[in-house]
Write a protein that binds this ligand. Structure first.
Ligand code: PLP
Length: 346
């Protein structure tokens, strides 16, 4: 990697920030009487503030995902960790980021909210990217590069060698969003974290783990970057109910493996069945739990499906996705409903 200097990348106000010192952080050790946080002693189980660093949850995550507790920051969904990247690294109006296009919409929304310039680089016809094209868009004020693999809404996993090249060549932060990694045939970068001091990997419990409703996202990075994230996030960003629920989920990884098997199987079956419809022009290869499908008229199909009570995602106006809808792989019953409606469309 070329001249990685974390301090140079971080906004000075964040580098110098003295974080809020909460009651639960100041005290470490064993105690039984907590009179330090102005909590109500009644209403057991939810009356206490949650662990601000979610240590018990992180230990369980480590046992499944690898890395170590100091290399993980948890967010209120990946969306919080995406926003944290801007708040830590990007000076509004001055700095910029570079991202592949098309990709997940929140990278741009958070850039807009933080008043940070967002530069996009079009993927090629196979929905792949080149590190060179990304670097060509960068200047001295480029702090972050956004990659998403498998990518949303295209569904494909990005080329591993290009990802490695970009991380090595870019002297700023590379964020690799692995929201769909559990469905991919390619391995996660989490096990290579130690090689890359400028890499931030995002994962989530919203997809394969079936926990979108409790809002929990993970960021994996060097301890230096994780320390910055912990400093900037709200102290109690992950509530007790979420911590308890994910803790019991993490005790049953076999259940998740089972769901994954069903969904990967359904992905294949659904792809075959869709391919037999004459107005379906193309089904793009997917490493995720959805299919990007090109049809004769995406707007018309979308409206027709709505009238049948089946909701898919219309991606007609997204770069390189003209004529496309994005269809989540559902349960066998849901997929049958979808196909029934799609067969009635003309
Ligand atoms: C669904 C999705 C997420 C998940 O976001 P959460 O806030 O954790 O629910 C993150 N990144 C991408 C690319 C996604 O498609």
């Amino acid at each position: 990697m070329s001249n990685f200097d974390l301090k140079r990348l971080v906004r000075p106000n964040i580098w110098n920030l003295a974080p809020y010192s909460c009651a639960r952080t100041e005290f470490t050790g064993e105690a039984s009487t907590f009179l330090d946080a102005n909590e109500n002693p009644y209403n057991a189980n939810i009356n206490r503030y949650p662990d601000p660093f979610q240590i018990d949850v992180k230990k369980k995550i480590v046992s499944i995902k690898g890395a170590s507790v100091e290399n993980i920051c948890l967010g209120n969904g990946s969306d919080e960790t995406i926003d944290l990247m801007y708040r830590i690294f990007c000076e509004p109006v001055v700095d910029n980021v570079v991202a592949i296009d098309p990709t997940y919409g929140m990278y741009r929304v958070c850039a807009d909210i933080n008043n940070v310039e967002y530069r996009s680089v079009l993927l090629d016809e196979n929905f792949n990217f080149s590190a060179g094209n990304m670097l060509a868009k960068a200047d001295a004020h480029t702090k972050i590069m956004w990659l998403c693999t498998p990518n949303n809404p295209t569904g494909n996993a990005l080329n591993t060698e290009e990802i490695k090249d970009l991380i090595k060549e870019f002297s700023g932060i590379v964020v690799l969003d692995e929201a769909y990694i559990d469905f991919s045939s390619k391995p996660s970068f989490v096990k290579n974290l130690a090689e890359y001091p400028n890499l931030v990997i995002l994962q989530t419990f919203s997809k394969a783990w079936g926990c979108a409703g409790i809002r929990l996202g993970m960021a994996f990075a060097s301890t230096e970057i994780i320390d910055l994230m912990n400093k900037v996030k709200y102290p109690y960003n992950i509530n007790i109910l979420t911590q308890e629920r994910i803790s019991s989920m993490l005790d049953q990884p076999k259940q998740v493996e089972e769901w994954k098997k069903i969904l990967l199987n359904e992905r294949e079956t659904l792809g075959h069945n869709l391919a037999s419809l004459q107005y379906v022009e193309k089904i793009y290869p997917s490493d995720a739990n959805f299919l990007l499908v090109k049809v004769d008229d995406a707007n018309k199909l979308y409206q027709f499906l709505v009238s049948k009570g089946v909701i898919v995602r219309n991606r007609n106006s997204v770069s390189l996705c003209k004529g496309c809808v994005r269809i989540t792989v559902g349960s066998p019953e849901e997929n049958t409903e979808l196909l029934k409606a799609m067969k009635e469309y003309q």
